[in-house]
Design a protein around this ligand. Structure first.
Ligand code: GDP
Ligand code: MG
Length: 177
């Protein structure tokens, strides 16, 4: 997971947003440390975690920002979005309201973030398929209409987490050139 002594060519700030308890912090912990916890604390003081990857022979430090529970009170501030070049908009496939709130999060993102920000919609917790409340097609259609990337993930099973981050980071990288 990255050699700390290596030189960094780029730093990309990516923000995680979405309702509380959809799995944002666990997606990040899976990506940054390959760890998962079933009883994750809502608030950990850390603002962001990083992981360095190589994209087209350049070393890219992904600096992934996680809310410290502020999403509960819809108190995510504009400082959180400042400088972000990517965003992961997360809902829980077993909780319909978390998907229904996505347009609001998108609106907030578009109000505060750079207009060229790369956005991926993520339906998390696919390991709970038997409790699914959001059909894949609904989300796919919404993503298409809004011009977002889309993937379903499971932070628990480590399904598509790597793919979600690499999709965003590769697109950010490509947009620079
Ligand atoms: P956040 O509030 O969006 O940061 O959500 P958390 O990452 O804290 O996760 C909320 C709860 O959902 C925790 O109990 C996690 O263990 C659980 N969780 C997160 N991702 C998954 C997943 O992919 N599958 C399952 N079954 N549970 C998950
Ligand atoms: Mg969290």
């Amino acid at each position: 997971y990255g050699d700390p002594s290596q030189k960094i060519d780029y730093v990309f700030k990516v923000v995680l947003i979405g309702d509380s308890a959809v799995g944002k912090s666990q997606i990040l912990s899976r990506f940054a440390r390959n760890e998962f916890s079933l009883d994750s604390k809502a608030t950990i003081g850390v603002e962001f975690q990083t992981r360095t990857l190589v994209i087209q022979h350049k070393s890219v430090k992904a600096q992934i920002w996680d809310t410290a529970g502020q999403e509960r009170y819809r108190a995510v501030t504009s400082a959180y979005y400042r400088g972000a070049v990517g965003a992961m908009l997360v809902y829980d496939i077993t909780k319909r309201p978390t998907f229904d709130h996505i347009p609001r999060w998108l609106e907030e993102l578009r109000a505060h973030a750079d207009k060229n920000i790369v956005i991926i919609l993520i339906g998390n917790k696919t390991d709970l398929e038997n409790q699914r409340a959001v059909p894949t097609e609904d989300a796919k259609e919404f993503a298409q209409k809004e011009g977002l990337f889309f993937l379903e993930t499971s932070a628990l099973e480590a399904t598509n987490v790597e793919e979600a981050f690499s999709t965003v980071l590769a697109e950010i990288f490509n947009n620079m050139n």
